[in-house]
Design a protein around this ligand. Structure first.
Ligand SMILES: Cc1ncc(COP(=O)(O)O)c(C=O)c1O
Length: 449
């Protein structure tokens, strides 16, 4: 250890990783192999990953934010293993098991007011798939409003609802109709003029009301809005205060359902249990997944109010392994962790570390266009020119590569360098890891000028 962190790796990839990766390339779908980090992992412990060459990396990605409190926690793994030994699996749509009701009740107790029903799913993607179908079934209307910059998964429906990058929806948009997109409320890159007199109070909702509903789609065709309350993969974009009241009011006026995709934000990532709690938003539906299984098992859920998720029973949902007992046991154990440990307090401390170390970059480095922090999420957006805000993916990738050489994993996403540490990483260790990220940024900026 150097300070709180393991020493940087000798070489990435090390010789054994390089050998294995060459073999992976011959066997796996090329789209899979090209997307990964250049090493092969052997084990994980807490917020570190050790590869087959013995290099240990600091994990600031947390398995796409699906491993919330680090790897290998016995208090999360053991209940899941015991449930597997006691039960194996069944199809929870057919044979109900004892862990289902306590889990459903605990989710509803934590969720925003008005959510009274639970449907079970295998993961976040399936929660969103179900949400889209439920919104259409509950309202009898076809159109769902989605947001440019949003990510919801990569199946045909979820990739068509999402619009983080055009590649994800390539060849699908013409097949999955019924989605209309508006720009995500992003104060750094808003294409809209500021809110004006006589408007809804928010420029994005003005655009939706005055342009989309005027020119494109009749409000009576719209089932509702499906939105990430804070953009996760799209780079920690936090809507302005004006957005939620204006959107909620528009939904009320037209009898639309408001569905929050909390798959990535849920269970503590933003510093609140759910991002909805940041503003007191009361959705009609909420999609859950990722961290819900404590980083141990895959599980998701769709929560809904009576109007959205009751009054009909003819929509078949989920899949065979949704809510297997081991996943429910892991989810219950993770809820215990959230109840008994001050995870949210630590997330707020991580927020402070991100703000104090990354925040000054905007002033110090012209190529840093925007730094965004929300709880255990941080994003740095690079630009070629601060005036034009032209995106600078080459610089971003160079920074990510520099981080890797320094033994720190970050996510180089479509719009930004994304950082999402374990929610229980100590602020001291996190600060040290960010110092390595800052070194990588300085090096890459010098190299590119
Ligand atoms: C906001 C959001 N929704 C849905 C999904 C899909 O979840 P999963 O890939 O775990 O099924 C993701 C995954 O990154 C996500 O970030």
């Amino acid at each position: 250890m150097s300070g709180h962190l393991p020493p940087p790796p000798a070489a990435v990839p090390g010789p054994r990783s390089a050998e294995l990766l060459a073999a992976y390339e011959k066997v796996f779908y090329p789209g899979l192999v090209g997307d990964g980090y250049p090493f092969v992992a052997r084990s994980k412990a807490g917020w570190t990953i050790t590869d087959v060459d013995g290099n240990t990396f600091v994990d600031l990605v947390s398995a796409s934010a699906s491993v919330p409190v680090g790897a290998g926690r016995a208090d999360l793994v053991r209940p899941a293993a015991e449930a597997l030994l006691a039960f194996g699996n069944e199809d929870s749509h057919a044979v109900f098991h004892e862990a289902m009701l306590p889990l459903a009740n605990r989710l509803l107790a934590l969720a925003p007011n008005g959510l009274t029903r639970v449907d079970i799913s295998l993961n976040g993607t399936e929660s969103v798939e179900t949400a889209v179908r439920v919104m259409r079934r509950a309202t009898g209307r076809p159109v769902i409003i989605g947001f440019l910059g949003g990510y919801h998964g990569e199946t045909t429906t979820t990739a068509s609802l999402g619009a983080e990058q055009h590649e994800i929806g390539r060849n699908l948009r013409g097949l999955a109709s019924g989605f209309v997109h508006v720009p995500y409320p992003n104060t750094y890159r808003s294409p809209f003029a500021p809110a004006r007199p006589g408007g809804t109070g928010d420029p994005t909702v003005d655009f939706l009301r005055d342009h989309v509903l005027f020119h494109l789609v009749d409000p009576s065709e719209v089932a509702g809005v499906l939105i990430e309350p804070v953009l996760g993969s799209g780079g920690v974009v936090v809507p302005p205060e004006t957005f939620w009241p204006a959107l909620s009011e528009l939904c009320r006026q037209h009898d639309w359902l408001l569905c929050l995709d909390e798959v990535k934000t849920g269970f503590g990532r933003t510093g609140e249990m759910f991002a909805a709690d940041l503003w007191g938003v009361q959705p009609d539906l909420m999609c859950l997944g990722k961290a819900m299984g404590g980083g141990v098992m895959p599980i998701g859920a769709l929560l809904g109010g009576e109007r959205a998720l009751s009054g009909f029973s003819d929509l078949a949902t989920g899949s065979t392994w949704s809510w297997l007992p081991a996943a429910c046991a892991a989810a219950l154990a993770y809820l215990d962790v959230l109840e008994n440990e001050d995870v949210l307090g630590n997330v707020r401390a991580l927020h402070q570390v991100s703000t104090s170390l990354l925040g000054p970059l905007e002033q110090r480095i012209p190529e840093v266009g925007d730094v965004r922090v929300q709880g255990g999420f941080a994003a740095v957006e690079f630009v070629a020119d601060p005036a034009t805000k032209e995106r600078f993916p080459v610089l971003q990738d160079a920074v990510a590569e520099g981080c890797l050489r320094r033994g720190v994993l970050v996510a180089s996403s479509t719009t930004s360098l994304n950082i999402q540490p374990s929610l229980v990483m100590s602020p001291e260790a996190y600060a040290e890891a960010l110092t390595r990220v800052l070194d990588a940024i300085d090096e890459a900026v010098q190299g590119i000028r």
